[in-house]
Design a protein around this ligand. Structure first.
Ligand SMILES: [Zn+2]
Length: 319
C-alpha cells in the first residue's frame, strides 16, 4: 500500500467514526429530551364515588379555604421538584437555588440569571389549565373564600383569581436587594437582551421555576443587569429554599384559616412547612379538610375526603 492510500484509509475511518458519534449523540439527546418532557405524573381517573364525596364537601362550605401546590401546575406542563418519577429530584441531580447562596454569591446569581434568561420565554407562555380556571370560577361564584398558592408561576392570576395569596411570591416580579424596588420580569428580560446580544448557550433540559440546564462554561460571558434606579443586585421576588415567608403574609393567611369552615388542598404533598402549618392550624380548629393530590400527603390522616387523581381530571368533573 502506498503512503497516499494509507492516508485515505485513515481519513475514511475518522469520517466514519465522526458520523457514528454524531448519530449516537443525536439518538442520545432525543432520548434525553423525550424523558425530560414528561413532567406530568400519571394517575388513574377519579371514581364517581370520590367525585360525589368532594361535590358534597364543597357544597356544604360557606367559607372554603384553598391551598394549592406544584401538582396544580405540573398539569399545565410545568416541571416541579417532588413529583414521583417526573419531578426534578427524581430525574436529575440538580438542586434548587438556596437563598443564602443567591444573596451572598455574585457567581451564583450569574448562573441563576443566565439560566433563567434562557428559560423565561417558555415559562412566561404557560397557560392555566382546567383546574386553575375552575378554581378561579369557584371564587367568582362565591364557593371559594380565599386561595393561597405555594406556586410562583402566576397561573392563578392568569386564570383570573383575585382573592389570592401567593405564599412564595411570583416569578413575574423582580426585587432590588438594595432599594427594595420592584421591577417587571419582562422589563428585566429586555435589559438582559440588551446586555447579551452576542451571548448564547445550548439548553440541555428544563427545570422548575424557569430554570434550564446549560454547560457551566457557557455562563462565564453572561452579563447580569443591575437595578435601574440604584444599581443594586436583582432577585426574583420569590421565597427561595432556605428563606422564610414574610411574617405579615403568614399572619394574614392564618387569620383567614381562623374564619374558614373547610379546607381544600389541591396538588400538594404538604412536604414544605410554609403551607403545611395552615393545615395543622385548621386541623387543631376542627375544620374539615379535603385533599386532591396524586400520591400521599402529610395530611392524609386528617382528611375527611382524599382523592388520589390529577387535579384537571377532578375539577373538570366539578360543576
Ligand atoms: Zn435598587
Amino acid at each position: 500500500i502506498s503512503r497516499f492510500s494509507i492516508m485515505d484509509v485513515v481519513k475514511t475511518v475518522s469520517i466514519l467514526s465522526r458520523n457514528h458519534a454524531k448519530v449516537f449523540l443525536r439518538f442520545y439527546s432525543n432520548k434525553q429530551s423525550e424523558h425530560l418532557l414528561k413532567y406530568r405524573p400519571s394517575s388513574l381517573p377519579p371514581s364517581d364515588e370520590d367525585l360525589e364525596r368532594l361535590r358534597n364537601f364543597i357544597s356544604k362550605r360557606r367559607k372554603l379555604f384553598v391551598l394549592s401546590g406544584a401538582g396544580l401546575s405540573t398539569e399545565s406542563g410545568i416541571p416541579d421538584y417532588r413529583s414521583k418519577d417526573v419531578g426534578l429530584y427524581a430525574r436529575t441531580n440538580h438542586k434548587p437555588m438556596q437563598h443564602q447562596d443567591f444573596v451572598k454569591s455574585a457567581d451564583k446569581r450569574k448562573i441563576y440569571w443566565a439560566r433563567s434568561y434562557l428559560g423565561w420565554a417558555k415559562y412566561d407562555a404557560w397557560k392555566p389549565n382546567a383546574a386553575h380556571v375552575k378554581l378561579a370560577a369557584m371564587e367568582k361564584d362565591g364557593r371559594v373564600e380565599w386561595h393561597t398558592t405555594q406556586n410562583v408561576d402566576g397561573l392563578m392570576v392568569k386564570a383570573g383569581a383575585e382573592q389570592l395569596t401567593e405564599l412564595h411570591g411570583q416569578m413575574r416580579r423582580v426585587v432590588c436587594m438594595r432599594c427594595n424596588g420592584l421591577l417587571d420580569r419582562n422589563v428585566m428580560q429586555k435589559d438582559m437582551d440588551a446586555l447579551n446580544k452576542h451571548w448564547s448557550a445550548e439548553v440541555l433540559g428544563y427545570g422548575p421555576d424557569a430554570d434550564v440546564f446549560i454547560r457551566e462554561e457557557d455562563v462565564i460571558d453572561f452579563n447580569v443587569p443591575a437595578c435601574r434606579k440604584c444599581g443594586g443586585d436583582l432577585k426574583p421576588n420569590v421565597t427561595f429554599f432556605g428563606d422564610n415567608v414574610p411574617r405579615s403574609k403568614v399572619t394574614f393567611v392564618r387569620s383567614i384559616v381562623d374564619k374558614c369552615d373547610g379546607v381544600l388542598v389541591v396538588g400538594s404533598s404538604l412536604h414544605v412547612w410554609s403551607g403545611y402549618r395552615f393545615i395543622t392550624q385548621a386541623h387543631e380548629l376542627g375544620v374539615p379538610i379535603a385533599i386532591v393530590n396524586v400520591g400521599e400527603t402529610r395530611a392524609d390522616k386528617f382528611a375527611a375526603v382524599k382523592i388520589d387523581a390529577l387535579c384537571t381530571d377532578v375539577f373538570r368533573a366539578i360543576e
